[in-house]
Write a protein that binds this ligand. Structure first.
Ligand code: GCB
Length: 750
């Protein structure tokens, strides 16, 4: 039987870009895997974290056995790995997120061996991601194993796949056809494969030793369904390989029996019943650790996602750790899994091959997970335009590959908000989704539902989801009158109150995903007074604090009763009377001030207590709802201070969006007159302004490096400012044509 041995411990990390020969003897630091060299510089801002080629070396003492094969297995090395055993190059793997293995039998010797790995996260044109809003941590950041197997064994060399593939198909009469395949390497005479299916209590329920050893078709009469978070029931398929009736290898996979459909009007349907997918996106990093996580951090993330009440996760923007997909199976999360075909298209043959490889590895390595229902092909890949034929060809090639490898799941895409709905880049997969930030980067909050309803009306046959939506919420900043771009915890909460409600009212949306469950590292960012971080999480980067917005989702999604008082970090208030907001999924909430009952409100999710009196100094505000209580301390001060207000918005605040590199500083924006800071909607209401804008855009379209604007797009983008549109077109505000356009608009009175 195979032996899998972890070799995570005791590596030497050599932080030098040197030759393999020199790395064999160079000094370095003792580290354990998982490891990254960017855990600190990748999160501190400035966009200057080290992207380089560094070395890991390990002395491996091994007792070599006769007639055995030895593989080295990496579960994730960012982003390109070159592996050497005893000074011989055994292979290169491109792509930072998947499992890969090399057969090292011929290089290993009995006793002492040296394993050398170069991890490379340098800028290149061959593997995605290269441009994206997150840090690309370098290193061997997931487990490394040595696998010892019999000469004949279940395959270990096909794209990191597990060697067993289970396809359960639920029939209308309630029975389930289960096809199990296994892949054997080095076939000899007298081999058989026994397939066994066990239920969750480990009872053997089906068994077969087919004459065709590579596959079996079994029927389960009365399967227990994998039914999302309510009942994520798992079976286990085991394939055992026998040589002359002696078991020599075994592989197994958990699987679930479920059916799903996606309908343009009914949304997601699980096992025949409507099941609205409402959830969050997750990145795989953590404060001070980067991507080098252990199962402890994965477990904690899953616990928090369960606690908020989500039933779906978008595992953005790349393949996550196998362990996390296992957790999703176990806890019933429906998963959107994706590859990092993101932001800016690289028109090279190597990059195209990389998208195909990453999709192939994602699918073959994760095929058995019942949680996964969607393969995400690309995310905002049209940032620099959607007209390149090579891009469309690449998207279709990846989409076709996904279909050919997996007939049981849907392909999907996260479209850039302003992508023309008619663009072939918007519609190529089975079901589609858009990233929308109305109420943060652009426009008004209510434009979210306007856009969604309009799209649904115009394209009633398309299955529409919202792949991302969010706003920044930083715990230092607070406001009684929260406004977009003030970065306050209160605006963040207000934004999500709105979004939770409109999604609740629109079951036709097949899925919606909060961007993001957790704050994450984006070393290029300098936002809201915080360096190197995207602060859109419902929970902080260290996972220690749940922002108020976390609880509005809990109120909407979780079935367990909850009550939460908002504003606990907005402690010092110069208010004789203040407003206290409470979230609960119960319908009656009683507020107490310093132990005295103040008021009971009946309501739905959000309870706003006005004119709550505060005594000078510390006050205890508490609530009761059913059997539950919550309590916060507020401190009434004599005079208002500005301690909670982000002052220097120029230093990081008020960015149009994260790719907005323009400033517009040299342009004028006179009160009462039009400018490029106006939205298309407003400009279109004024005939003169409309004429000027359309004429200028026609000219600008000709030399747009980014996305040229069609009329259809302008219509869909009516809530965006002209400035943001120019940005998407790849046109800088220091372009003289833009200055001319702005000047012309400045002459037209509103
Ligand atoms: C997006 C991207 C995501 C960013 C997010 C943001 O549309 O897909 O990677 O992090 O916006 O926060 O700007």
């Amino acid at each position: 039987m195979r032996q899998i041995t972890s070799i995570n411990a005791d590596w030497i990390f050599i932080k030098e870009n040197i030759s393999a020969d020199n790395a064999m003897t160079a000094n370095g630091d003792k580290v354990n895997i998982p490891h990254t060299w960017n855990n600190l510089d990748g999160q501190d801002g400035g966009g200057d974290y080290i992207r380089d080629k560094f070395w890991y070396r390990k002395e491996l003492n091994i007792e070599i056995k006769e007639n055995k094969k030895y593989f080295i297995e990496f579960e994730g090395v960012s982003c390109i790995a070159n592996v050497y055993v005893n000074n011989t190059h055994v292979g290169e793997h491109i792509g930072g997120f998947s499992t890969f293995r090399f057969d090292i039998t011929n290089q290993l010797k009995n006793g002492q061996n040296t394993i050398l790995v170069q991890a490379d996260n340098t800028v290149n044109q061959k593997t995605y991601p290269q441009v994206a809003d997150f840090t690309f941590f370098g290193g061997i950041y997931r487990n490394v194993n040595i696998i010892e197997v019999a000469d004949t064994h279940f395959d270990l060399e096909y794209c990191g796949a597990p060697g067993i593939q289970v396809t359960p198909v639920l029939n209308e009469n309630g029975t389930c056809d289960i096809n199990v395949k296994s892949f054997v390497s080095n076939i000899v005479n007298n081999l058989t494969v026994k397939y066994s299916i066990y239920d969750a209590e480990n009872n053997l329920v089906l068994e077969d030793t087919p004459s065709n050893m590579t596959e079996t078709n079994l029927t389960m009469e009365n399967p227990h369904l994998w039914n999302g978070i309510e009942d994520p029931y798992l079976y286990r398929a085991v394939a055992t390989l026998y040589l002359n009736d002696v078991a020599i290898d075994e592989v197994s996979a958990n699987f679930g029996v479920r059916s799903f459909e996606v309908d343009p009007n009914k949304g997601f349907i699980l096992n025949g019943k409507p099941y609205s997918l409402r959830g969050v996106s997750r990145h795989q990093d953590r404060e001070d650790m980067g991507w080098a996580l252990t199962t402890k951090e994965h477990d904690e993330d899953m616990e928090l996602i369960r606690e908020v009440g989500a039933n779906t996760i978008r595992l953005a923007h790349y393949q996550h750790d196998q362990y996390f997909y296992d957790l999703c199976d176990k806890y019933g999360m429906v998963v959107w899994a994706e590859i990092p075909f993101i932001s800016v298209f690289m028109n090279t043959e190597e990059a195209k091959q990389d998208t195909l490889n990453q999709m192939k590895e994602l699918i073959v390595q994760n095929y058995n997970h019942p949680s996964i229902c969607f393969w995400g092909v690309s995310n905002e890949i049209t940032m620099k335009g959607d007209k390149d034929e090579a891009l469309i060809e690449n998207l279709n090639a990846v989409n076709d590959l996904a279909h050919s490898l997996d007939k049981t799941r849907k392909t999907t895409v996260a479209n850039l908000c302003i992508l023309d709905p008619a663009s072939p880049a918007a519609t190529y997969p089975d079901i589609i989704a858009y990233n929308h930030y109305f109420g943060w980067y652009m426009g008004e909050l209510t434009q979210n539902e306007d856009w969604i309803d309009d799209y649904h009306r115009r394209f009633p046959d398309r299955c529409l989801g919202i792949s991302e939506y969010g706003a920044e919420g930083i715990l230092k900043w607070h406001s009684d009158d929260p406004k977009v771009k003030d970065y306050s915890e209160e605006y963040h909460a207000l934004y999500h109150e709105h979004m939770a409600k409109i999604f609740d009212e629109r079951p036709f949306l097949w899925a919606t995903y909060v961007w993001n469950m957790f704050d994450f590292a984006a070393d290029n960012r300098d936002e809201g007074g915080v360096q190197g971080r995207n602060n859109k999480g419902l929970i902080t980067y260290d996972r220690k604090i749940k922002k108020d917005a976390f609880y509005i989702y809990q109120a909407y999604w979780a079935t367990k009763p909850m009550v939460h008082i908002c504003g606990r970090r907005y402690v010092n208030r110069a208010h004789e009377a203040t407003t206290v907001k409470v979230y609960s999924n119960l319908n009656s909430v009683t507020l107490l001030v310093n132990g005295e009952e103040f008021k009971t409100l009946e309501g739905n999710k959000i309870f706003i207590f006005e004119n709550v009196p505060l005594a000078l100094g510390e006050n205890t505000i508490s609530v009761k709802a059913g059997d539950l209580t919550d309590e916060i301390k507020l401190n009434r001060i004599e005079e208002a201070t500005d301690e909670y207000v982000l002052k220097d918005t120029a230093a990081g605040g008020n960015v149009e969006n994260w790719i907005d590199i323009t400033t517009g500083n040299m342009l004028e924006f006179p009160e009462g007159y039009f400018s490029i800071k106006d939205t298309f909607g407003n400009i279109f209401e004024n005939e003169a302004a409309k004429e000027v804008a359309l004429k200028a855009l026609e000219e600008l379209n000709e030399n747009a490096e980014g996305i040229p604007m069609t009329e259809e797009m302008l219509d869909m983008a009516s809530t965006m400012t002209l400035m943001s549109i120019l940005n998407f077109m790849g046109i800088k505000c220091d372009n003289p044509q833009v200055a001319k356009l702005n000047e012309q608009l400045n002459k037209i009175q509103k």
